[in-house]
Design a protein around this ligand. Sequence first.
Ligand SMILES: *Cc1c(COP(=O)(O)O)cnc(C)c1O
Length: 419
Amino acid sequence: MVLEDNRYFLSGGVDPLELIEQYGCPLYVYDSAIMERQYKRIINAFQVKNLKINYACKALSNINILRVFKNLGAGLDTVSVQEVELGIRAGFKPQDIIYTPNCVGIDEIEEAVEFGVRINIDNISILEQFGLSHPHVPVCVRINPHIMAGGNNKTSVGHIDSKFGISIHQMPLVHRVIEATGLKVEGIHMHTGSDILDPDVFLFGAEILLRIAREFPALEYIDFGSGFKVPYKEGDIETNIEELGEKLSERFNEFCRDYGRDLSLMFEPGKFLVSEAGHFFVRVNVIKQTTSTVFAGVDSGLNHLIRPMFYNAYHRITNVSKPMGKPRFYTVVGYICETDTFGINRRIAEIHEGDVLCLHNAGAYCFSMSSNYNSRFRPAEVLVHEGQAYLIRKRETIDDLLRNQVEAPVFSQNGVGSR
Ligand SMILES: *Cc1c(COP(=O)(O)O)cnc(C)c1O
C-alpha cells in the first residue's frame, strides 16, 4: 500500500476503506501487481535455458490466485491430492503440476497419477511400492541434504532429523530400488525450509543436489525447492534473489554442460510470490488499558491469522483509518478466548475504537491456515487486479458452520439445523 494525501491506497488507486464498506470487515485483500512483480523478479534473476517456477499453492490456494500465476506462465507445486485437483480445475496442465506429498499413503499418490501430474517421492518405502506398481510412471526423488536452515524449527525441513526427503546417505538404497523396479527418475528435488536468508546456504545445498543428480542419467529437471525470505519488518533483509540467480545460473549451466544436456531448473516458492501481496484488514472493537499495557482488541484473531501465535511471526500493523495520528504503543490482540496476540508493543498511529488496522504480509499462510475456531466465520477475500477489485471468496455464514454437521436422530428437534 502507498500513503498519499494521508490515505492508504492499493495498486491502481483502490481505496481499502471502500472495499471494507462494500465487503465488510475483517477482510483479506490481495494485489496481483505485487505477485507479478515478485514472479518477474525470479524470472529475471536467472539466466538458464529452461526455467520453471512452480507456485507453492499451500501458501494461498484461492483458485483465482492460482489463475494469476497460470497466466504469468508458472506451474504449480502441490502437497495434497486436493491441491492437485484445485490446480486442474484452475486450468493448469497436469505436466505443469508437481505433487510433493509427505507421509501420504500409496493410494493418494495413485490418485495423483490418475490426474497425470508429476510425482515427487520423499521416502524409500513409497518409492519401492510405487516402483512395483507403476514402473512406467517417471518420478522425482526428494532428497534431504541435511542442512539446517530456515526461520524456525517448524519451517526448517531439510536437517538431519527432519521427516522430509530421503537422506543423501541412503542413495545406494535408492539406486537399488530403482534398478530392481525399473523406475525412471526424471527429477531430483530438495526443499530445505522457509526463510533462508543467505544465498550461500542455498548454493551449498545446490552443490549437494547437483552431486546426486549426476548419478541419474535420465533427468529432465532439478528442483531446488524454495525458502526465499521476504521482508516482514521495515528494514528487514530478504533473500538476495538477484545474487542467488546469478550464482546459481552459472553453476547450473556448468552442470548441464558436464551432464551433456540442458535440464530445467525449477523452483517452487510460495511466500516469496504472495506474502507481500496480501493485506488483512481488521477493525478495532475495544481499546483497553491495564496497569502495564494498552490493548487494541480487534474483530479477528488466531482463527483468521495464526502465524504470530504459531510461529512467533511478525506482521507489521498500521492504522489505515487515521494514518497521520501521533504514534503510540499498542498491543494488538484478537477476540479468541485464548491468548491471541497479533503484535506486542507496536508503535501505531493513535488508534480509536472503530478504526481499521492493516496486518501486512498477509498473503502467505494466512487465509490458507485459517479455521472456524470459536465458531467464527472465515472472512471474505478480494483480489485487486488492474485497478479493479473482485470478490473471490464470500464471507461465511452460519450455514457454512452447519454444512457437514448431521443431526443424530436421537438428538433431533425440529429446526436446530435450520431456522
Ligand atoms: C511449503 C513448500 C514450499 C514453499 O515454501 P515457501 O517458504 O512458502 O516458499 C515449497 N516446496 C515445498 C515442497 C513445500 O512444502
